[in-house]
Write a protein that binds this ligand. Sequence first.
Ligand code: ADP
Ligand code: MG
Length: 443
Amino acid sequence: MNSIGIQVLNALKGEINEIDYLRYIKQLTYDETESKSNLAIYRAPNALIANWVRTKFSDKIAHLFEIKTNIKPTVSILIQSASTSAAPAQNQAVVVNTERPSGSLLNPSYTFQNFVVGDSNNFAFIAAKNVSEKPGVVYNPLFIYGGVGLGKTHLMQSVGNVMLAQGKTVIYTSVEQFLNDFSRHLNNRTMDRFKDKYRKCDLLLIDDIQFLSNKNQIQEEFFHTFDALRNENKQIIITSDKPPKKIGGLEERLKSRFESGLVADIQPPELETKIEIIKKKCEINRVKLDREVINYVATIIENNTREIEGILSKLNAYSQLMGVDITIEFARNVLKEQMAEKRSNITTDLIMDTIAKELNIKPSEIRSKSRNSNIVYARRIAIYLARSLTPNSMPQLAQYFGMKDHTAVSHTMKKIQELMKNDEDFRMKIEELSNKVSIATPE
Ligand code: ADP
Ligand code: MG
């Protein structure tokens, strides 16, 4: 009879697609000696597989345990020790609690050294760095806002890791955890313990504060926690997807507290920064990609840097499974599906809108007969993308763009293809635009 851990994986096999099973689940071994009824430990051959299983499957695994044993365990995906000798800290990074502990669980790879600085995030980076050097003194609170996957959690945890290494007490929490913790202590009549915990730490990191919106009781509690900490010069760092002013359903006094320190934004990364981030992630995860593949990956991710790890994991798993190197052709092939999904709804109008926005030219100008070089440039790219990404024929495009006939379209196509072949920067620009189109949504 198989151990319970293996039985669960076999049950999971029936619920997920075969490729995912072979790629990830089949690579796991169950640690029978270390696991307990409320703690299931699996080991993965590398950090990528571990991360992937953690984000995609650990909830499912916990659930299947519960069905079989009536106990929902915490599922931990650790890395097999032999392959991780070079990165001892990784073990901590991939311990996952399906219940999400309320204490500080920092990702040890979220450090300032691992953060790539570019124009888009320079300001927030410097602010966080200063805070880590003089916590509670320079900017309190530090409020970091920006879109999904732009590195807010990474930056706030970088401060956490610095202070943790100095033996300080760091709490990292989400609004949800804070709320759960609060309710639990309220029910158990142990509010003094709750207060002790949150008001006596050296650094409080609250991630994604926008979720405080319209939750009145917890806003009240948070307000008092905030004041207590700040009066003691304890550092608070907050992240959000928007600036304080724009968070709806939030008490005015909280908004003004949030604005009383420093508010720093993070913008979407430029292409060069994306490339550097990918290189960094390759280094951390020990994945080898050549320049061409790195550039390609940089063009397919939009602004959400979080996609990078998923893509690297996918490339790595496939190449291990098939025993081949990750070449550009291989990468294109593996990621084709991903792109195809994004590309199914593209129209010429959408292409025009995207290019107009990106190149700062009006759609009407692109379709005009102007010979202005910027406009000609935009028009050629629009034609090229429309031909590559939509089912429109050359005569249809000639009509759309007000050209004589299809030979004019064909001429433009040749011109762009030639440029792409000879000019790597241009090719990347086109790929980037093409991917922008792929993920744009019609207004
Ligand atoms: P957010 O909290 O803003 O949604 P995260 O901090 O979770 O984003 O970042 C998503 C992923 O992208 C993480 O793996 C993070 O390490 C990585 N990342 C984002 N920005 C950078 C950067 N500038 N340098 C290195 N890694 C980054
Ligand atoms: Mg985050």
